[in-house]
Design a protein around this ligand. Structure first.
Ligand code: NDP
Length: 460
């Protein structure tokens, strides 16, 4: 067997790469990791974690309003962005440090520089120029925000810059109808920024259940976000006072800032993958099989760079499965079925399994259970916010194949629902579960009446 410097070289110290490196190193393998930016990757440095802190920060304004309904007179509430930023950056630095320590404790070596692939068993570190050989190479470089080519696009920020704004704008136009657009629209709105969301489609969150899509757009508007659908940017003009978004329908939107959240692209540029014959898809994603193997036998890829399901826990599981297969003699492929997801919009969304449309298409006859109601926390003072809970059940087997929630704590609730659905729970078994009262989630197990098709118009 050829003698390599390392058993595994990982490019990218994000969620997937770090997990794979740690598990491999703990098995006794000689592991090295290269990271060009900060250890922790998108999730820890400029994604899930700082985003969740921003969501927490922005939710207080709504909570203060709710508090008034309960008799509180909150003394003058004032938000200080620099104070928040400093605290957020401190916590992110702490978490990134933990990732570094965990890698070191596992015995992996870390190179703080960019690396690219030279041949099937060699990588080059770009700052030091060092060439390193490895029996296996793992690509875990994640994704990057993508912006379309249109005049003035350089004036639009993406989520990357949104985490580090020196000052909060007074107004913002957020373009996009996906996870990031909805989450940041909620954040800015909650922080007092006059927020407009523009999306090209007929409704936000394509791929989610139609009832959820209609409901979340309505609830975001209720919270003060202006939602403009069927509309997209043609150009952005920078003016003395801010920006003007020129829209395809001829309308103009003025704002201090414009943010594009129009998707992310796999980060494979300049990695040298094409030169060693690694197959990439049209959008640059590394093509892999269920064991995260590329078509080059010594190269694997996990996480967003493979563009399968672009979620942190999925990348972690893919990285772990790779390391178990290759270093722990435990062939493991991660099952991408029934992965729950959450959108931290305000209110948030939790979903697992099939939408009603997908189920009707795949299974034919389905039973739908749908409940829209005002949670007791808000009815108390006449607040208008509504929740939505929906179950999609295969009619013949009575298997619950989808669960969709919009409302407070939806991401927490969906985690538990996902366990039951992954286990193949049927509606009668689901209903045998006694309610926890008084909660929002109890509605999940008390829905007995099927939702009738004539009511469908409500979700259009
Ligand atoms: P998404 O794919 O979720 O959304 C992209 C949005 O941009 C869609 O609404 C899409 O519209 C729109 N769009 C795409 N191209 C154009 C265009 N040329 N002009 C106008 N609109 C366009 O991407 P995000 O950037 O929001 O997030 C990337 C991924 O990161 C997510 O898919 C998710 O996997 C992950 N993520 C997960 C989070 C979580 O778990 N909470 C949070 C943030 C990100 P259309 O629907 O019409 O295609």
């Amino acid at each position: 067997m050829a003698d390599y410097d390392y058993d595994l070289f990982v490019i990218g110290a994000g969620s997937g790469g770090v997990r794979a490196a740690r598990v491999a190193a703990m098995s006794g393998a000689r592991v090295a990791v290269a990271e060009e930016y900060r250890v922790g990757g998108t999730c820890v440095i400029r994604g899930c974690v700082p985003k969740k802190f921003m969501v927490y920060a922005s939710e207080f304004s709504h909570q203060f309003q709710t508090a008034e309904g309960y008799g509180w007179s909150p003394s003058e509430a004032r938000f200080d962005w620099p104070t928040f930023l400093a605290a957020k950056d401190k916590e992110i630095a702490r978490l990134s440090g933990i990732y570094v320590t965990n890698l070191q404790n596992a015995g992996a070596e870390l190179a703080h520089e960019r690396a690219h692939v030279v041949d099937a068993h060699t990588v080059e570190l770009e700052k030091s120029g060092r060439r390193i050989t490895a029996q296996r190479i793992l690509i875990a470089t994640g994704g990057r925000p993508w912006k379309p080519e249109l005049p003035g696009v350089e004036h639009a920020i993406t989520s990357e810059e949104a985490f580090h704004l020196e000052t909060l704008p007074k107004s913002i136009v957020v373009a996009g109808g996906g996870f990031i657009a909805l989450e940041f629209a909620g954040i800015f709105n909650g922080l007092g920024v006059q927020t407009t969301l523009v999306h090209r489609g007929p409704n936000v969150l394509r791929g989610f259940d139609d009832h959820v899509r209609a409901h979340i757009a309505e609830e975001m508007e209720r919270r003060g976000i202006r939602v403009i659908l069927g509309c997209q940017h043609e150009s952005i003009e920078k003016t003395a006072n801010g920006h003007v978004s020129h829209m395809a329908d001829g309308s103009k939107l003025e704002s201090d800032l414009v943010m594009f959240a129009l998707g992310r692209a796999p980060y494979t540029a300049g990695l040298g993958l094409e030169s060693v014959g690694v197959k990439l898809s049209e959008n640059g994603a590394v093509v892999v099989d269920e064991y995260s193997r590329t078509n080059v036998p010594s190269i694997w890829a996990v996480g967003d760079v493979t563009d399968r399901i672009n979620l942190t826990p999925v990348a972690i599981r893919e990285g772990h499965a790779f390391a178990d297969t290759e270093f722990n003699n435990k062939p493991t492929s991660f099952d991408h079925e029934l992965v729950a997801s959450a959108v931290f919009s305000q209110p948030p969304v939790g979903a697992v399994g099939m939408t009603e449309a997908e189920a009707r298409h795949a299974l034919g006859k389905v039973d739908i259970y749908l409940s829209r109601f005002r949670p007791m926390k808000y009815t108390f003072f006449g607040g208008g916010e509504r929740c939505l809970i929906k179950l999609v059940v295969e009619a013949e087997t009575q298997k619950v194949v989808g669960c969709h929630i919009v409302g407070p704590d939806a991401p927490e609730i969906i985690q538990m629902a996902a366990i039951a659905i992954k286990m193949g729970v049927t509606k009668p078994q689901w209903d045998q579960t006694c309610a926890v009262h008084p909660t929002l989630a109890e509605e999940l197990v008390t829905m007995r009446e099927k939702y009738l098709p004539q009511e469908l118009g409500a979700a259009a």
